[in-house]
Every structure is written in C-alpha cells, then in structure tokens.
Design a protein around this ligand. Structure first.
Ligand SMILES: Cc1ncc(C[n+]2csc(CCOP(=O)(O)OP(=O)(O)O)c2C)c(N)n1
Ligand SMILES: [Mg+2]
Length: 615
C-alpha cells in the first residue's frame, strides 16, 4: 500500500509499507545492501534497465533507506547526490539508466571526481546473456564494459557477474569512495541478474557493513610536521593557503588557532568550501575564484607558505591578478617562498584529466588529511614558540600589521560597495548585500550552497564550516540547480536556510531540477543572478577581440539570452516553485528577499529572479 508521508515529515515522499522479508529477486539484494549501508536517498530518473531494482526499492524496501528523489535528468540526479554529500558529509546514491542515462550523468560524475566528493552511482545494462534480451531495446541498451566511459574519473567502477557477488562489490564501492581522497564510484548491474529469481535453498550471504571497518586515514609523519612547524615559526611572513581545509568545527578552530599563533595571513579560494572566518583580521582578501590584487600583494611578501588542499599551488604561486586573461600563467619561479604542501592529491593522479595541476616546488609534502595535519602542526608550533620569545614577538607584530591592513581593506571594500550600491542595473555588491541584510538575525543559520564566480568583498561573511559549500569541482555549467537542491535536501529539517545564487545560464541548463525541489518539498532560496547572458564568455570574446584589434561591440553575439528574455519566475511557477521577479529595481530587493525568506522558513522552495549588470 502506498502512503503519502504527512507534510513536514522527514522524508517528504511516499513510503510504502512492506513486511520484513528475505530477498527473493536479485535486485532485492541491492536494495537490502543500500539499506544496510544506511543510504538515505537515491536520486534517479527511471529506466527499464533497472526496473528490477526500482521494484525492489519500492516493494522490498518500502521506498525508505533509501527514498527516491525523482529527477528529470541524470546530470541533475548526480548533482543532487554531490550537493547532498557536500552539505552532510554522507554519501547518497544516484541511479542512472543503462548507457544513455550514464552518458547524461558524465559531467556531474566528473565534477564529483574533481571536487573529491563521494557519490555512489548505480547503473545497469541489458543482460550480458543475450538469450535474455528483449528485442531491440535491450540490445541498444547493452554495452560491454559500460563503466569504461566514467573509469577515468571514478575511484572504481565494476559490474558484478552474479547476484552472489553483489554484496561484496557494494561494500568495496562504499569503502573505496569514502577512503581519502574521496570520490565517486560506479556500479553497473546486469538487468538479467536484477530480475533473476533467487533459489531459497541457496540464500545469498548478506554482510553487516559494521563488521567491515573503513580504513583509518593516514596520519602526518611527525618529523614532517616538525619540519613544517620550524619553517613557519621561523618565517618572517608566513602565509596559509586554506583550500578544502576544514570540514568540522574542530578543524576550523584549529586552523584559526594556527593562524593566530603564527600571526600568519590567510588566503582562501572561492572554489573551495569555507574553511576560515572571512571576517577574521588575518583573512587578508576576498575569497575569489582567482586571486585579486590584495591576494597577490600578500603572496608577494610570503617567505613561507603552507598550502592546505589548495587547488593549483604552482599556478597560484606563479600567477597574478591578470593571469586568467591571457594564456599560460606561470612565469615559473615568479615567487619562490619556502613551501609546505598538505594534500592527498598525489593519490588521485590519473591520466585522462589534468586536475592534478603543475608540480609545486614544495620543500615538504604531506599526504595526509588536512585537519589531522593542522591539529598536529598547532601543537608543534605552540611548542616552538613557547621557548622563543623573539618568535612570539614577531608573530604578535605580524598580527598587528595584518589588523591594520585588514582595516584598510575593509575601508576599501566599503567604499567600493557604497559607490556601486545605487547603480542600475543592480551590481553584485547590492544584490548580495541586500540578501545578507534581509537575513538579519538569521545570518548564522544561512548556508550558501552556491555563488557566482565573482564575489563582493565584505558583503557576506562565512563564520562556520558549511557556511559556504564551494564550487562544483569541474566547472561544469548546469551543475548549480542539482547541487543546490541536494545540499538543501541534506539540510532539510535542520533549521538551516540554504541559499544558492546561480547564473541564469546555469539555471537554464538544468531548470527542470526546480520541479524536484517542489515535488519533494525541499526548502531553499535560489537567486538567479540574471544578466541575460553567458557573461563569462562575453568577457572572453571581448579579450580576444581586443588582442586581435577586432570590434569589441560584437562580444554579445552567440552569448545573450534575451529576445526573448527568459521569465525565470514564470518558469519556476510552472515547475511548482514559488517565483518572484524579475526584480529590476535594486530598491525592490529587500521586499522580494524578505518574502522569499519567509517562504523558505515555511518549508517551501522559492526562486527570485534578479536582473543584474553585465560586467
Ligand atoms: C557544461 C559547460 N558548458 C559551457 C561552459 C563554459 N562557460 C563557463 S562560464 C559560462 C557562462 C555561464 O553563464 P551564467 O551561468 O549565466 O553565468 P555568468 O557568466 O553570466 O555570470 C559558460 C558558458 C562550461 N563551463 N560548462
Ligand atoms: Mg549569465
């Protein structure tokens, strides 16, 4: 019997009552293992290649643990799982149809790979035993070695060859995706095996996952930690590059304590989740997708750098605020501070994509999780400085210098904000600043799950882990809506306010995700930063035109999304999400955001379309 879950219940989806039973069909084993692994949700778009599994999830598991999240594109389904894992630290599943669904999902799987986020992708194939194939479609949807299309950007892909082999394969997938560095895995289930009736005389052995401990992550070698502590404590201008550096409050607090003990400047990267309080005096820049002038001014002074899961250390040290404009970043050796690099990335180097970046000239490299390393470093640095009054004094002087510089920066940011506040069309400082103001006393409960590539300084502060979840890993447009909804799903019922500020191009590419938020009653606020253009690429065309002495006025051709403009609020409404806007007048933002935040607090997804300046 299908029952509608009462409004406000945790799962917010139909659950089916079923009696506890032993697996009868091959796919019941998969469903049973998902339950045993504690998978809370699977995001999916249906397909006959996993109709066996679909039946087991509904009629064997009762559509709980995992519950289905219905998506209208596989790219969105995997994006939902990606966002969920980022917000909760727990993986969920995504189920994709044989070959075609997996092909749709590839970009999102790549994103999760680059972002080091665990996602359990389950798929299917028509029967390997050709005598079991239905005419036509099972042949079209059978492929040999299907996982090879995602092999280069998953930690493991596999197709178990019997029902009895499924439990072990699922255990392997689980522990592999959770071992550091984390990442997505793909398991492909033969439709013939899913639909195989099990022989009651030969029961399948079902393991208790608790008996298979996950591997404990490596610890940083004490000698290496001591060396780095010496390097930092002895430096005259140490700098911390805080990348994916603090998942937990403990890690966050340790990093703050380390920076304070050293009087070190801290730089963050907007591609990475929040790791350091942006309103701290030692935070010496705006979190940016690339370094701005303030960022490089700090780096230019560094004589020792500690990089913590930082994306492209060599490129950063060789770069400048302008380096994105041209080709080739590095004047190699432009900056040569002493460098300590803490990253697990050496264990994720593969050949197909180059997200390993250039080899940085690190004096010490530590392949251990950042939080454990920072915790150990903090103890060592404190020990060094306890016996070194001159060192302590230097750290304190740096702290004062950074405080003064931070006050200068804040004055610059405020001046820039004031200058642009009244501009029409609305500038980013205004539409972000107004939202921060509208949040008011709710600021400590907001989690910014996605944001535009450019971020205004001093307009919004991150003060706890999860305050901002970072970018998508692979820089794939269309990832925003799914990831935002997945993060909001993880945060549902936790008293948080998930907010995603997404580009109009990003939303348009995956707009059907809005329906999923409406259908599953997932509260979140989506702000469309609507410049009616693929603006990032207009800017590129302008640069190329300038370099070539060609007319920059043509930069918009093949980039603009007007004539007709997209009515995002109308689109949202059509998909069951409350739509507000377009808001063209910046003075109307406060009211629009106020209304939207009330709706989110009442448990509804809402979209605000904000018309913004093209720049
Ligand atoms: C799948 C994919 N297609 C194309 C691109 C190239 N690209 C990078 S940013 C961008 C523009 C995105 O437009 P929008 O979301 O409106 O943001 P805006 O640049 O206007 O702020 C494009 C097309 C990409 N990164 N990924
Ligand atoms: Mg745009």
């Amino acid at each position: 019997m299908v029952q509608q879950a009462p409004a406000g219940s945790f799962l917010e989806q139909p659950s089916v009552s079923v009696d506890a039973q032993a697996p009868e069909w091959g796919s019941d084993v998969i469903a049973e293992m998902l339950r045993r692994l504690g998978v809370e949700y699977v995001a999916l778009n249906p397909g006959a290649s996993f109709r066996g599994l679909h039946d087991s999830l509904v009629n064997y598991n009762g559509n709980v643990r995992p519950g289905m999240i219905l998506c209208n594109h596989e790219e969105i389904a995997v994006g939902v799982a990606h966002g969920y894992a980022k917000a909760s630290g727990r993986p969920m599943g995504a189920i994709v149809h044989s070959n075609v669904g997996l092909m749709h999902a590839t970009m999102s799987i790549f994103n999760a790979w680059v972002d080091r986020v665990p996602v359990m992708v389950l798929g299917a194939t028509g029967p390997m035993d050709s005598t079991l194939r239905r005419p036509w479609i099972d042949w079209v949807h059978t492929s040999y070695g299907q996982g090879s299309i995602v092999r280069d950007f998953t930690k493991w892909e596999h197709q178990p060859a019997s029902v009895a082999a499924i439990p072990e394969a699922m255990l392997r997938a689980w522990r592999t995706m959770l071992a550091e560095p984390r990442g997505p895995v793909y398991l492909c289930f033969d439709a013939g095996l899913q639909e195989q009736r099990l022989d009651p005389a030969r029961p399948i052995e079902l393991p208790d996952p608790a008996a298979y401990a996950l591997a404990a992550p490596p610890l940083p070698p004490p000698e290496a930690v001591r060396e780095v502590a010496r390097m930092l404590a002895g430096a005259s201008f140490p700098v911390l590059l805080a990348g994916r550096a603090a998942r937990t409050q403990r890690g966050w607090d340790d990093l703050v304590a380390l920076a304070e003990a050293l009087g070190a400047a801290v730089l963050t990267d907007f591609k990475m989740p929040a790791s350091f309080p942006t309103d701290h005096a030692l935070h010496q820049t705006t979190p940016g997708i690339r370094g701005d002038e303030a960022f490089y001014r700090v780096l230019d002074q560094a004589d020792a750098v500690l990089a913590l899961e930082w994306p492209d250390v060599a490129g950063t040290l060789g770069g400048s605020a302008e380096s994105i404009a041209g080709r080739g970043s590095s004047a190699t050796g432009r900056r040569r501070p002493r460098l300590a690099n803490v990253t697990m990335d050496d264990y994720a180097v593969r050949s197909w994509s180059a997200e390993y970046y250039a080899v940085p000239a690190a004096e010490v490299s530590i392949a251990a999780p950042v939080e454990a390393t920072v915790g150990a470093l903090l103890g060592e640095v404190r020990r060094y400085l306890a016996d070194d009054s001159a060192g302590l004094e230097r750290a304190d002087r740096r702290l004062q210098t950074h405080r003064r510089r931070r006050a200068e920066l804040e004055a610059e940011w405020a001046a820039a904000r004031d200058a642009a506040w009244g501009d029409r069309p609305t500038r980013i400082v205004r539409y972000v600043g107004e939202l921060w103001k509208a949040l008011g006393e709710r600021q400590d409960r907001v989690d910014l799950v996605r944001a535009p590539l450019h971020w205004p300084s001093g307009a919004w502060e991150f003060r706890h882990p999860g305050a901002y979840l970072g970018y998508d890993g692979g820089a794939g447009v269309g990832s925003g809506p799914g990831m935002a909804i997945g993060a909001a799903l993880a945060l549902r019922g936790a008293g948080r306010i998930p907010v995603a500020i997404l580009g109009d191009g990003d939303v348009l590419m995956a707009a059907s995700a809005l329906w999923t938020a409406a259908h599953h009653r997932i509260p979140l606020l989506i702000v469309v930063a609507n410049n009616r253009s693929y603006m990032n690429d207009e800017i590129h065309q302008e640069r190329v035109a300038r370099t070539r002495g060609r007319p920059v006025e043509n930069r918009w051709v093949g980039q603009r999304m007007d004539e007709p403009p997209v009515d995002f609020a109308g689109l949202a409404r059509d998909l069951g999400v409350e739509g507000i806007g377009p808001v063209g007048d910046p003075n109307d933002l406060a009211e629009a955001y106020g209304r939207a935040l009330r709706a989110v607090e009442e448990g509804r997804p809402v979209l605000v379309d904000v018309l913004i300046a093209r720049s």
